[in-house]
Design a protein around this ligand. Structure first.
Ligand code: FMN
Length: 184
């Protein structure tokens, strides 16, 4: 059921993702499923996502952690090369969350939440977080963050990254929680 706050007013959410191997895309779709109970929700790959939040009640955005942070053109190229070697068609191209954010003029107080994906264990170091940088940039751009940045984990198996068990369900639940927070 779509959440309606007044006659003719439908709450609208957009989930935007950047992804090379498809894991962040799968998480984005699960978040959207959770939001869909209360919001009219669309899921959009970052290159096709408008920089304007006009008409939206909530925007959720996420991308993979590359080199401890949001991806850069060089890390994306490395990721795409790795994907092609494995016979995987990379999901995203030249535009990443970083480039998208640089084009945002004004979040106009729109409610927002950010997430990333990262490997389960990255040697003895923390694997870092793209979403922490996303959160800072979102605040600077005038969005209102309604939750802490979230991280979803992948494992590396035979050179491939796969979501660890339970992450899709956690993402769906997070979507439901965001919908509850963002609804009036
Ligand atoms: C070039 C490159 C750099 C990466 N750097 C990190 C890192 O610093 N920390 C980490 O946890 N994972 C790192 N990863 C793993 C990615 O986070 C992982 O591939 C991603 O979450 C998978 O999402 P996707 O399937 O949507 O591309 C890196 C991956 C690539 C390709």
């Amino acid at each position: 059921m779509i959440f309606v706050i007044a006659k003719g007013t439908v709450m609208k959410a957009r989930v935007v993702y950047e992804s090379i191997f498809g894991n962040t895309k799968a998480i984005a779709e699960a978040i959207a499923e959770g939001l869909a109970a209360r919001f009219e929700t669309e899921t959009v790959e970052i290159a096709s996502a408008s920089e304007s939040a006009a008409g939206l009640d909530l925007i959720v955005i996420g991308g993979p952690t590359h080199a401890w942070a949001m991806s850069r053109p060089t890390t994306r190229e490395a990721g795409r090369a790795q994907a092609r070697k494995l016979g995987i068609d990379p999901v995203s191209g030249d535009t990443g969350v970083r480039e998208w954010l640089a084009r945002v003029v004004d979040g106009a107080g729109t409610k927002a939440a950010v997430f990333d994906t990262a490997v389960e264990s990255f040697g003895i170091f923390s694997g870092g977080s793209a979403a922490k940088g996303e959160a800072k940039a979102f605040r600077r751009a005038g969005f209102e963050l309604i939750d802490e940045p979230q991280q979803f984990r992948v494992a590396v198996k035979d050179d491939r990254t796969v979501l660890i068990a339970g992450e899709l369900e956690r993402a769906r639940k997070w979507g439901e929680q965001l919908a509850e927070r963002a609804a009036p």
